[in-house]
Design a protein around this ligand. Structure first.
Ligand code: N01
Length: 531
């Protein structure tokens, strides 16, 4: 039985959200503790060590902006940083600002209970217990892995991996027969690298995904130096851009369906050749007009047909659903990989994985034998990590019960019946639909300002009102309903997890959201009850 530690704030998670929370709250004189289940900092980039793991936001923009010296001194080596480099960056930030001394590692939150009589949270872990006025959940949007309950999985005698829980050692697949289940962003990154090692690589695809080339390359030192010279302008421009990312292509206002063929093809070719998410901003109506969307989808299908030699494989790889209503993928030679003789694609859209056997698996009516199974089956996104903490608020109300019809937050920051709990990039905030680090900075700074304002006014509790949360959830949904996002079975909707309530979780539109948060604070935290 561990000890009970008293502090002002407990921050759960030592990824980018947790590290920045610890830094800012300590700076304001709060006694703050970090709890992290891993043995080191980095969050997403600590766990997702699968071959090929790489951020698909460009490195110069997927980084903290809060400290001018930090952003000047850190040197990125590639256009898109790989996982080892991002993890080194997180470790550097932790060392530079001496954050590790605030964090208890290998510490898993087992329960968090709110005590109304003292207005404090008791956070129980596998080690010590913590009692704090405030609880900040910086637990990440994609941190609870989804490993479906495949029949017979325990019987498999080879090695089993999940991309989101990759072992902390080098895994060498040389000479092995490897299966990959899933074709989302993680698989799209891992498959080309696994194919370099495996003797046979078989990909089991339930739904094909659209992917655009990343065109990763060593970062040009001149580009890096020029960016650093005008970093403040770049960051400021990103904050008023929905994606939080500045592309070399300015966002266009015109419609894809109205473009003439030559203009359309030239524009799409240029963006395809340049690579990156700028492709999806070629026309303003990709996300709202089905005809425009289909025209861009058809362009990508055309590219797949050109790249993939075998017509049947190309047909299977070509998605037919709305483009970009699931999270788009960026790749390095994903489609090309299927031209290798030892890489096979199996369509499991009809029957799924039927069974895992001692020596492999059964799917599409066939038996396959493997040395290793790699599950790239994604995450219980946005709510999984929060619900796993077994949080209980006022009157014994559990977060699981409060969210049985889907997550209900105000601004993705506060939850009615759960006073003094803050969710960093929680459901109902733009989070995964914008540059995550930018979204994290905005949230953590808002929380810092809130706690400072409360201290100044001698207040001890803050709780989102039910009315504010209800109208916020309606607002999030009404914006999503104006787009094509709800037309796919995406993890944005929770549709990837059997039994999860289907509701669109992130908010579309970062700049108005940040403005709204600012106004709420200026109006003395309108929509929150202060006590
Ligand atoms: O997970 P996913 P991911 N049987 O949920 C399939 C971020 N990310 O880890 O589409 C068979 O996208 C599932 O099939 P279907 C990014 O935001 C970022 O790849 O449900 N297959 C799908 O193909 C991304 O969106 C980077 O039919 C099953 C796959 O598994 C998010 O993380 C890199 C199945 C899961 O795809 C999640 O990506 C990587 C079953 N029972 C990830 N269940 C960056 O570069 C699921 N599947 C920043």
């Amino acid at each position: 039985m561990g000890s009970i530690e008293e502090c002002d704030v407990v921050v759960v998670g030592a990824g980018f959200g947790g590290l920045y929370s610890l830094y800012l709250l300590r700076q304001e004189g709060f006694d703050v503790r970090g709890l992290e289940r891993g043995t080191g900092v980095g969050g997403t980039w600590y766990w997702n060590r699968y071959p090929g793991a790489r951020c698909d936001v460009e490195s110069l923009q997927y980084s903290y902006s809060f400290d001018p010296e930090l952003q000047q001194e850190w040197e990125w080596t590639e256009r898109y940083a790989g996982q080892p480099e991002i993890l080194r960056y997180a470790e550097h930030v932790s060392d530079r600002f001496d954050l590790e001394s605030l964090i208890a590692f290998k510490t898993n939150v087992e329960a968090a209970d709110y005590d109304e009589s003292t207005s404090t949270w008791t956070v129980s872990t596998n080690r010590d217990t913590y009692r704090a006025r405030f609880l900040v959940a910086a637990t990440g949007c994609l941190s609870t892995t989804n490993l479906p309950e495949f029949e017979g999985l325990a019987n498999f005698e080879g090695d089993v991996y999940h991309t989101g829980r990759w072992p902390h050692k080098t895994v060498d697949f040389t000479g092995q027969r490897v299966a990959v289940v899933g074709t989302g962003s993680s698989a799209v990154q891992a498959i080309p690298v696994l194919a370099e090692q495996a003797s046979e690589l078989t990909v089991f695809q339930r739904t094909p995904n659209y992917s655009v080339p990343a065109r990763n390359e060593p970062l040009d030192p001149v580009v890096q130096a020029e960016t650093k010279e005008s970093y403040d302008e770049l960051r400021q421009a990103a904050r008023v851009e929905r994606s939080g990312i500045i592309s070399i292509f300015p966002p266009n206002e015109d419609s894809a369906k109205q473009a003439d063929n030559t203009e359309f093809n030239n524009r799409m070719d240029e963006r395809w050749e340049h690579g990156g998410f700028g492709f999806y901003r070629a026309y303003a109506d990709i996300g709202i007009d089905p005809t425009s969307n289909e025209r861009i989808a058809e362009y990508v299908r055309g590219q797949i047909t050109q790249v993939v030699d075998d017509p049947e494989t190309a047909r299977l790889l070509a998605p037919t659903n709305t483009i970009a209503c699931k999270r788009p993928c960026l790749d390095t030679h994903y489609y090309e990989t299927f031209n290798s003789q030892h890489v096979h694609l199996v369509d499991i859209s009809e029957g799924g994985i039927e069974e895992i056997t001692r020596t492999g698996l059964k799917a599409a009516g066939q038996d396959f034998e493997f040395d290793a199974l790699v599950f790239a089956t994604g995450f219980d996104a946005m709510t999984g990590a929060l619900l796993n903490m077994n949080i209980t608020g006022k009157d014994g109300c559990t977060l699981g019960d409060a969210w049985s019809a889907g997550p209900r937050t105000y601004l993705g920051l506060g939850v009615p019946e759960f006073p003094n709990l803050f969710t960093v990039t929680g459901p109902g905030s733009p989070s995964v639909l914008t540059n995550m680090i930018m979204a994290i900075e905005q949230h953590v700074e808002w929380i810092r300002d809130c706690l400072v304002a409360m201290r100044r006014q001698d207040l001890t509790t803050i709780e989102a009102t039910a009315t504010a949360a209800d109208s916020w959830v309606d607002h999030v949904n009404s914006i999503a309903d104006q787009t094509l996002y709800p037309t796919c079975n995406s993890w944005y909707l929770g549709a990837n997890i059997p039994g999860k309530t289907r509701v669109f979780m992130p908010l579309i539109g970062y700049p108005p959201y940040a403005e709204k948060c600012k106004q709420v604070a200026e109006n003395n935290y309108e929509g929150f009850r202060l006590g």
